[in-house]
Design a protein around this ligand. Structure first.
Ligand code: ATP
Length: 434
């Protein structure tokens, strides 16, 4: 399956569009449409539910995108958050040196310049004066908002180590070679959790979080054969990391990082202590000692995960001899949970179906569709991955029952309207198999 199919479906059905398309588009920025916004929100909610709310040992925050410029000195981003950039002397295209093999231009075979370091942070100005004193950066990761608030959060939440702080929010990187649709963009959303542990316990938690995060993708229906864990080699490690492992997904363009799990050691808290002059050590009441906790960080991308769930759900099959495209999302991730159809556009069925739409719509995102044959209407919902179809027919008008159709098995059941919401909820919560 090609990325082109996904990009076309995404545009046609309202998952995602090129940013500022009517002006020719802004490279590497995307806008989510009516079903895309629901899908991405469900991905973020699934993460937040499990990574911030359901656990006793994690709390959430939402920090600002703009931070004091000293943060980025302390974090090492001013000095170290760079990619090696090479230019082609013939066609003038730019590449990330670590993304190409050989020493010639991958586009035209021309000679390349020597690699130079290129800082990926976006700069802007704060206040009315545009000078170096007012330069601020758009955050390239959400993690630093967590580190600088470590003490605030620990004091308020009274969490004891080991514990974590989770955050979902926008990050910005002036990537040299963005591309592959939502995979690598310059503005994107991250889902990061910093888990603070006692030094010496870090390796155990590093492995724990790899397993935990892998099983999260599996629980939401991602196929096991499309996922793998790849430990980083020593030469790949970020400036702050002792060890790192990527959860990779088998995208149509190859195995690529979905999420990184890093052992950031005590690097960040130590550096912020040094640069801010505030002692960010943790006081362990039981051991009566003060120390810098180590940090294990599972860092995922909301857009990358959304893309992977979209790709993974994409199937082409046949129903009654007709080809169909169907997105087999886990019902919890599906943008629209149910579609309501009147079988006929007469005999009061559309009016009754609209009432049913509103009953279900009070609880879940729902579509109403009365245009075309019932088969065509099912196909439209299959293409956006709606797991349940509700049909109002002749019998509904007599006994207040409707049919409920399952997207994957295409099986239908009849039930009273007043049991519909509970039944849909039960099916959303049920263990999911494709
Ligand atoms: P890469 O090697 O692909 O540039 P990275 O290792 O720099 O990524 P991290 O800093 O570990 O990425 O960021 C954590 C997660 O944030 C990534 O696994 C990815 O899901 C997401 N992410 C990072 N950069 C981008 C981007 N440019 N576009 C979309 N998502 C991104």
């Amino acid at each position: 399956m090609s990325m082109e199919k996904i990009v076309n479906l995404a545009k046609r059905r309202g998952f995602a569009y090129q940013s500022s398309e009517i002006y020719g588009g802004l490279a590497s920025c995307w806008d989510y449409g009516p079903v895309g916004v629901e899908l991405k929100r469900n991905v973020k909610d699934a993460w937040w539910r499990e990574m911030a709310q359901a656990r006793r040992d994690i709390v959430g925050i939402d920090s600002s995108i703009l931070m004091h410029p000293r943060v980025w000195e302390a974090s090492g981003h001013i000095e170290g958050f760079t990619d090696p950039l090479v230019d082609c002397k013939s066609c003038k295209q730019r590449f990330r040196a670590d993304h190409i093999s050989g020493d010639r231009c991958p586009e035209c075979g021309g000679e390349l310049t020597a690699a130079r370091r290129f800082n990926l942070m976006f700069k802007t100005f704060m206040g009315p004066v545009e000078d170096t004193a007012s330069t601020v950066f758009l955050r390239p990761e959400t993690a630093q908002g967590i580190f600088v608030n470590f003490q605030n959060v620990q004091t308020a939440s009274r969490q004891k180590i080991p514990f974590g702080i989770a955050q979902v929010g926008k990050s910005f990187r002036n990537e040299i070679t963005p591309g592959n649709f939502l995979f690598r963009t310059r503005e994107f959303e991250q889902m990061e959790m910093e888990f603070f542990v006692k030094p010496g316990d870090d390796e155990r938690w590093f492995h724990y979080w790899q397993e935990e995060r892998l099983s999260w993708y599996l629980r939401y229906g991602m196929r096991r054969e499309n996922l793998r864990i790849r430990p980083h080699g020593a030469d790949e490690l970020a400036h702050y990391a002792k060890a790192c492992a990527d959860i990779e997904y088998h995208f149509p363009f190859g195995w690529s990082e979905l999420e990184g799990i890093a052992n950031r050691t005590d690097y960040d808290l130590r550096r912020h202590t040094e640069y801010s002059g505030k002692d960010l050590r943790y006081f362990d009441e039981e051991a009566r000692e003060r120390y810098f906790p180590y940090v294990i960080e599972p860092a995922a991308g909301a857009d990358r995960a959304t893309l992977a769930f979209l790709v993974d759900a994409y199937y082409e099959d046949e129903v009654e001899g007709e080809p169909r495209v169907v997105l087999r999302f886990h019902p919890k991730l599906a943008p629209i949970k149910a579609a309501v159809f009147p079988l006929l556009r007469k005999d009061g069925q559309p009016e009754r179906a609209l009432e049913v739409r509103d009953i279900v719509g009070a609880h879940f995102p729902v579509h109403y569709d009365q245009a075309g044959s019932i088969g065509r209407r099912y196909r439209r919902q299959d293409e956006i991955g709606t797991p349940f179809g509700v049909t109002v027919d002749h019998q509904t008008m007599q006994d207040q029952t409707v049919t409920l159709r399952d997207r994957d098995s295409t099986e239908q059941a009849r039930l009273p309207i007043d049991r519909l919401v509970d039944e849909i909820r039960r099916r959303i919560e049920a263990p999911f198999t494709r």
